[in-house]
Design a protein around this ligand. Structure first.
Ligand code: NIG
Ligand code: FE
Length: 418
């Protein structure tokens, strides 16, 4: 049976526009290249063995297949790559949402012991099975919305046991889903209350116990630090990055969300795969990023949307030819949404990215930000058949334009309908 399934050829024909067909994807798209989005009008896509077998103009469409889907009037996109999320969490935090409406800031709530510490307390008290069930439901929801790859961070544990618990849940998710999933260790997300007066003690715990144990159990792909005034300094960030690298975990760093304090430079010095947030960036930092073309600037516009803060200077970053990715930052505090199509709308409306730039940022550059560009992020022969078919739409720009609609009709991951 399994053999027969893999032999089956599925043909999508009469596709109004096949989007992001790119075979050679060895470098992330620099900001200036992002303006161009390859497409084929009146196209077909053939899949077999969970992979993209062929695609092209309808004139060259194969005559038969085991299953044929007519996509007249519809478009086909590679699935979104959401390269920054905190999908595993115990509870929503709408109490803090109301506190912010009444005037408190995100940082004030954090300083009072709310925010990340609130989520950490709830996570420690919640059984692993329940956390897994909720995280899996969230994953299923975002897959229905067109996401085919996702990075998920720990960071609501903040003890060895609870960080391991989070990372084990992410490992379970990897086994339960065909979506591409990457795990990032974020022990340095906030200083836990037990270490309130002993910063060095917590960092030593991360360096001497957490990272070695996590690497030993092969529970993470990357290492993250929240480099910010309410969290960790650039010096502390570098100590953690260096240990992560020693144990084979490349850095992806939260930085410049509220303050410019050297986090970007610290990350770049260690060849970070990405620097994420960047709501606040100065010219020196843009110049530093320009000199580090492999480090992706991952922008998370649903966080400043939700916190009513200002947006990252996407245009300035792209004009400097820096590769930009877009991700949701799905988490209970600053972005309780994993909806990539909304992120793309925000990128266009609030950050002056064109639809083409935003789609490049949400697909191929997102794949680079989790080092999966060989397998996903574009329509290319031999890549995994991770794509979605839209409803009938009039143009690519209708996607960010219709920000309240669900225009994704059918999602395929590894060639399977989800
Ligand atoms: O990326 N900034 C740090 N971490 C998350 C928010 C986490 C939370 O508030 O629970 C972020 O915005
Ligand atoms: Fe985040």
């Amino acid at each position: 049976m399994l053999f027969l399934y893999f032999m089956r050829k599925i043909l999508i024909k009469n596709i109004k526009t096949l989007v992001q067909n790119r075979e050679h994807t060895d470098k992330p798209l620099g900001g200036r290249q992002m303006a161009e989005l390859p497409t084929i009008n009146n196209a077909f896509l053939l899949i077999q063995n969970g992979k993209i077998d062929d695609f092209g103009d309808m004139q060259n469409c194969p005559a038969t297949a085991d299953e044929t889907i007519d996509a007249t009037g519809k478009m086909v996109f590679p699935c979104w790559c959401d390269s920054h999320t905190h999908l595993v969490f115990a509870a929503t935090r709408e109490g803090e949402f109301v506190d912010r409406i009444k005037g408190l800031t995100y940082q004030e709530i954090a300083r009072r012991g709310g925010g990340i510490l609130n989520s950490a307390q709830r996570l420690r008290d919640t059984p692993e099975e329940l956390l897994l069930e909720d995280a899996y439901a969230r994953l299923q929801e975002i897959i229905r919305q067109g996401t085919g790859a996702i990075e998920i961070k720990s960071g609501y544990g903040l003890t060895l046991e609870s960080e391991l618990k989070m990372l084990r849940i992410i490992r379970e998710l990897k086994g339960m889903s065909d979506a591409t999933i990457k795990a990032t260790f974020l022990g340095a997300h906030a200083l836990p209350p037990e270490f309130k007066d002993n910063r060095k003690g917590y960092i030593d715990l991360i360096i001497n116990e957490m990272i070695p144990r996590i690497a030993d159990e092969n529970l993470a792909d990357y290492c993250d630090v929240f480099c910010e005034k309410v969290a960790f300094t650039p010096e502390e960030t570098e100590r953690i990055i260096e240990t992560g690298l020693k144990y084979g975990l490349p850095p992806k760093i939260h930085t410049n969300q509220f303050n410019s304090m050297g986090g970007i430079q610290a990350a770049i010095r260690h060849n970070a795969l990405s620097v994420d947030h960047l709501e606040v960036v100065n010219d020196a930092e843009i110049a530093a990023l320009q000199a580090a073309p492999k480090t992706i600037a991952t922008l998370l516009p649903s966080a400043p949307f939700f916190l009513n803060d200002h947006y990252p200077p996407a245009r300035k970053l792209m004009d400097a030819d820096i590769p930009v990715a877009l991700a949701t930052d799905f988490n209970p505090g600053s972005s309780p949404s994993g909806k990539m199509s909304f992120v793309i709308s925000l990128a266009c409306i609030k950050m002056q990215m064109t639809p083409e730039e935003a789609i490049n940022a949400a697909t191929l550059n997102g794949a680079f930000a989790i080092d999966c560009q060989q397998d996903i992020g574009s329509i290319a022969r031999g890549k995994s058949a991770n794509f979605f078919i839209t409803k009938k739409i009039s143009s690519i720009a209708q996607l960010p334009y219709s920000f309240g609609s669900d225009l994704v009709e059918q999602v395929f991951i590894q060639g399977k309908k989800t």
